[in-house]
Design a protein around this ligand. Structure first.
Ligand code: ADP
Length: 571
């Protein structure tokens, strides 16, 4: 909750205004029973019409003022709560984007979505209506009780005697409510994660014909959510009942004991009416107390879920050095890297002078992607293992380091935007000429009949679906457009035919003169022109050299090259 108050502190003016308006609203509300008492006792004791008219006017004026202050208090407090929600959401997004990639590999994205869509509004409700009612309740009690004491201390004590045990019970129920809320919110998160995964993998689900199994699993999740929601509703309604009973009991006592006091001549009818009115004023805040507590517990549970993410620090630390403009060299020395306790690469050593082309081949799972991700610090790496431009990679600012790279990942991701904007993703202000030029260099034909609006065709989730090869070429065009110092193609030619691959490779050789290119590939043909080729095997480099030296040494690379030459001959 500390974090929430820090956020609320940024909008304290707004909140203080809201609280000030609430105080004024309460002053008006508290005055009304006194005016009522004066009216009733006035009638009973035969006051003049002018006196009664003045009282009626005062009643109307106070009621209008109360309505105005009430509206303003809500405006200020609800706006502040919306502002806090917006700030939190924006920071939540920023924080997510700063976390290391490994985090997203292990956390379902539906879970993360659920926190932003279900939990953040709960926090807002706690801060807006929750705070409003908490202040209202406090003010109502603090101001009403002295006024009640002024009328009849005896009646006041009798009425309030039921409160302490009830508040104790409410507090206990609050804890139960908090736990049940957390369970329910977790179930909601699981449903969101399941739906998100099912939508993303809908083709796979259909192709395996397992819709009904998935439906059953989903139903199980729904049942778990249903049970958790029912448990929560029981807790909540029990709390409500308790609060309502408390308030009804107090009014009953007020009327009963009040009547005795009137009979005994110690109180007037006006006194008892005012007393019952005050009970009425206390009724809603007491009523709202249950609601505030439930809101507080929900807000607290939600904030805890959001904190879990916000407190998570990226295990990739920031550096503070900046790289210069010139193409940097790459030096890897004694690199050990893996995931958790499983090593993937051990004692890797190689260097790439600025402007060279590096080819990386190896079996699936040999660590090719891991290696290139390490160069960009998409994975946590210990210091002194990798140097870029002669500087330890961990001391370079992430922004400066990554701005050197153009990365074409194995899996092409296109956003729901026109193709041209996808290509200009790294440089949104690039002109159309540059976009067309990059597309052509990546062998992507804007006139292709499958692109009805050429480069303006909407692609991605809300647009047309491109073929695997088109997606790869679009991703290559996106990387080429920014003309990076180091271009990394991570198996980025796997979905194009060998003719297109050859065209793209030729284009790259021409374009990338003086700049560094790293090509991860399955096909030997994609790396054969490289200045240096690394062959990865179990836990590291098993061979390295140029195409010619590797073929001559008749090792794993030569075997791969032979196998592929045979396959091509058969085709
Ligand atoms: P390649 O690119 O050569 O196919 P990768 O670098 O993708 O290989 O993977 C190397 C090994 O690391 C594989 O055994 C893979 O299962 C494992 N691996 C890759 N990514 C992760 C991850 N995020 N968490 C745990 N293990 C991973």
């Amino acid at each position: 909750m500390e974090r929430l108050w820090k956020y609320a502190g940024r909008h304290r003016r707004q909140i203080l205004w809201g609280i000030a308006m609430l105080l004024l609203t309460n002053i008006c509300t508290q005055t009304l029973p006194l005016i009522m008492r004066a009216a009733i006792d006035g009638i009973e004791f035969g006051e003049t019409t002018d006196y009664l008219r003045a009282i009626a006017t005062a009643l109307v004026l106070v009621a209008v003022a109360s309505a105005v202050f009430r509206t303003l208090s809500r405006k200020h407090l609800f706006y502040a709560a919306r502002d806090v929600e917006m700030d939190l959401r924006s920071d939540y997004y920023r924080h997510l984007t700063s976390l290391d990639g490994g985090y997203f590999d292990t956390t379902p994205s539906g879970e993360l979505m659920s926190r932003a869509t279900n939990d953040l509004p709960q926090v807002r409700l706690y801060l807006g209506p929750g705070l409003l009612n908490a202040v209202n309740t406090t003010v109502a009690y603090v101001t009403t009780i002295p006024l009640m004491l002024m009328i009849s201390p005896k009646l006041t004590f009798v009425i309030l005697a039921v409160y302490p045990p009830s508040l104790w019970l409410l507090q206990r129920l609050g804890k139960q409510l908090f736990n049940r809320t957390k369970v329910q919110q977790k179930e909601m998160g699981r449903i969101a994660a399941y739906v998100q995964e099912s939508l993303a993998g809908s083709h796979v689900i259909r192709s395996f014909g397992i819709e009904s199994e998935r439906q059953e699993q989903f139903n199980d999740l729904c049942v778990a959510n249903y049970d958790a929601s029912i448990q929560l509703a029981i807790s909540r309604s029990f709390m409500w009942r308790l609060v309502i009973s408390l308030s009804t009991l107090s009014i009953f006592i007020a009327v009963f004991v009040g009547a005795m006091e009137i009979i005994a001549g110690r109180l007037t009818i006006g006194d008892v009416v005012a007393m019952v009115e005050y009970m009425g004023i206390l009724a809603w805040p007491t009523f709202a107390l249950g609601w505030v507590l439930s809101m507080r517990e929900r807000g607290r549970a939600s904030m805890e879920r959001i904190n879990e993410i916000l407190d998570r620090v990226s295990n990739i630390s920031e550096g503070n050095e900046e790289l210069g403009e010139e193409t940097p060299s790459i030096e890897v020395d004694g690199l050990h890297i893996g995931y958790g306790d499983s090593p993937v690469l051990e004692d890797v050593q190689f260097s790439v002078p600025a402007g060279h082309t590096l080819g990386i081949v190896g079996e699936i799972g040999s660590g090719k992607t891991t290696l290139v991700k390490t160069l960009m610090r998409l994975l946590p790496v210990r210091s002194e293992m990798v140097k870029i431009g002669g500087r330890d990679i961990t001391s370079i600012s992430l922004r400066s380091l990554r701005s050197q790279f153009g990365y074409v990942a194995q899996e092409s991701i296109l956003f729901s935007k026109p193709l041209s904007q996808n290509i200009a993703f790294g440089e949104p202000e690039a002109g159309l000429d540059k976009v067309v030029d990059s597309a052509e260099k990546a062998s992507l034909d804007p006139g292709d009949p499958s692109l009805p609006d050429g480069l303006e065709t909407l692609v991605g989730e809300r647009g047309i679906t491109l073929s695997g090869g088109q997606k790869q070429r679009s991703s290559i065009a996106r990387a080429l457009l920014i003309s990076p110092s180091i271009l990394v193609l991570d198996d980025a030619l796997s979905a194009v035919d060998s003719e297109t691959e050859e065209r793209i490779i030729d284009e790259l050789r021409r374009l990338r003169e003086g700049k560094t290119t790293v090509i991860v590939a399955h096909r030997v043909s994609a790396v054969s022109h490289a200045d240096q080729i690394l062959v990865l095997g179990e836990r590291g480099i098993i061979e390295s050299g140029t195409h010619e030296t590797l073929v001559a040494s008749k090792g794993a690379y030569a075997q791969l090259a032979n196998r592929q030459a045979l396959q091509e001959g058969l085709l």
